[in-house]
Design a protein around this ligand. Structure first.
Ligand code: NAD
Length: 445
């Protein structure tokens, strides 16, 4: 099939790679010309495991092209996916301006019937609104073509996006015509053949499934974070609590890992957008509203613990800056929030290291730059410091040689915000250990 993808960010690019891998002829469009030029040369603008290989394969196959030419892209696709950003507005609702700009381009340049599929995360009702919007433009230009609008929310996880796209838990197709259903079923036929759950429903239900799923996951994380905070006070072991809870089939162990709050480009904005939709339709999402508040507190709490331990400042290593491992995405990263909050004090010198997100982090770190040292490795960052902070659990931080590292530290203090180490082991090595849900031995009752 001829497929166009508008927007080559984490979702659009990975979708374009996947569709071309399945044998479709794919054109990916972006307004960012530099990104397009890089992609045309096989240079992947994001760090995502497996993406560069698939990009090179796609280009070599001749089935994958990148362009900044809107007219060419719109005319190419029988199915046009919209995968542009839907950032949060000041009132928490989703900003749909990029989606509507894409719709304008489609209405302007389309010269044959098309199916427009919204892959961006958008408020319930957007597909129907977009359909009316496009029809009005077509009508005003006396264009006698039909453009169907469907919803196909994306559930991939950054850091595993390529694998998730090709092996999803489920596909959700929100369609309002038999024609769209038939064509999208053909496109996604590899999943029908492999018996992956494909949920065919209305656009409204599809849009709701995406927000409800993200809000539920954000709630689960926030729940275990608050239980961890309580464990810290009462001396219960959050590791054992979460593990035992997770053994209950109704609960499952996933997303029961306490930490310094959720971040990234989706959960923060999607929870706020869902709360805004609830308010608009007088169906308040009170649980989600309190999750948003609790998460804000959790992110601040992490920096406050460090400040309490070092009231007059210190030299600290911060290992991990991306919002989660295996991605270079630092959007709403709790690590960046911790860094900026400490820098604001003026009394902390920070030695920063991340395996892939250094370049993005340089643009997001605010504060006196003379207090920031960018390091080439975890060991370099951890040298000559009063404490090590691990806000993001990259694989390479899970096997640090603390015996050796400790010898090069001024004081042996570890803030293991993701609980990747065992408190007892670190305390045996002479470390003062702070985890999420764990205080040092001397502070436990
Ligand atoms: P992104 O910010 O990484 O990428 C968006 C891209 O769209 C950018 O490259 C931008 O230049 C381009 N763009 C904007 N307007 C355009 C236009 N008119 N024409 C062509 N290109 C245009 O965004 P993302 O992280 O890929 O997210 C896209 C959407 O998917 C969002 O709604 C997001 O909530 C949703 N989503 C994201 C993820 C994720 O993990 N990132 C997962 C599921 C769903």
């Amino acid at each position: 099939m001829k497929i166009t993808v508008i927007g080559t960010g984490y979702v659009g690019l990975v979708a374009g790679l996947g569709f071309s891998k399945w044998g479709n002829e794919v054109v990916c469009l972006d307004v960012d010309k530099e990104k397009i030029e890089n992609l045309q040369q096989g240079i992947c603008p994001i760090y995502e495991p497996g993406a560069t290989t698939q990009l090179k394969d796609g280009l070599a196959s001749g089935r994958l092209r990148f362009t900044a030419d809107t007219e060419l892209a719109v005319r190419h696709g029988e199915i046009i996916f919209i995968a542009v950003g839907t950032p949060e507005q000041a009132d928490g609702s989703a900003d749909l301006s990029f989606v509507y700009t894409a719709a304008d381009c489609i209405a302007k340049y389309a010269d044959s019937d098309k199916i427009v599929v919204d892959k961006s995360t958008v408020p319930v009702g957007t597909a129907r609104d977009l359909s009316c919007y496009i029809q009005k433009i077509l009508h005003s230009h006396d264009k006698r073509i039909h453009i169907d609008v469907a919803s196909n929310p994306e559930f991939l996880r950054e850091g595993r996006a390529v694998g998730d796209f090709n092996n999803p838990d489920r596909i959700v197709l929100g369609v309002s015509s038999e024609y769209a259903k038939e064509r999208l079923t053909v496109l996604y036929s590899p999943f029908f053949r492999s018996n992956k759950p494909v949920i065919i429903t209305t656009p409204e239900t599809a849009e709701m499934i995406k927000y409800a799923s993200n809000a539920f996951l954000a709630t689960k994380i926030t729940f275990i974070n608050e239980i961890a905070n309580l464990c810290e006070q009462v001396g219960a072991d959050i590791g054992q609590v979460a593990a035992a809870m997770g053994k209950d089939g109704r609960i499952s162990p996933k997303f029961l890992h306490p930490g310094p709050g959720y971040g990234g480009s989706c959960f923060p904005k999607d929870t706020k957008a869902l709360a805004a939709i609830g308010e608009r339709f007088a169906a308040p999402q009170t649980i989600v509203e309190s999750v948003i508040q609790a998460n804000e507190k959790q992110k601040k709490r992490a920096a406050e613990r460090v400040k309490r331990r070092f009231p007059t400042g210190a030299r600290l290593a911060v290992l991990g800056l991306s919002f989660k491992p295996e991605t270079d995405d630092i959007r709403e990263s709790p690590a960046i929030e911790i860094v900026n909050s400490l820098l604001e004090e003026g009394s902390f010198i920070l030695q920063l290291y991340d395996p892939k997100a250094m370049e993005n982090a340089r643009r997001a770190v605010n504060g006196p730059m003379q207090n920031v040292i960018w390091c080439a490795s975890a060991n370099a960052a951890a040298s000559d410091v009063d404490a090590i902070l691990i806000p993001t659990e990259w694989g390479e931080f899970t096997s640090l040689d603390f015996d050796k590292i400790g010898k090069n530290m001024r004081q042996k203090v570890l803030f293991d915000f993701r609980n990747i180490y065992r408190k007892e082991r670190l305390e045996k090595l002479g470390f003062e250990y702070y985890g999420t849900g764990f205080n040092p031995e001397r502070e436990n009752r």
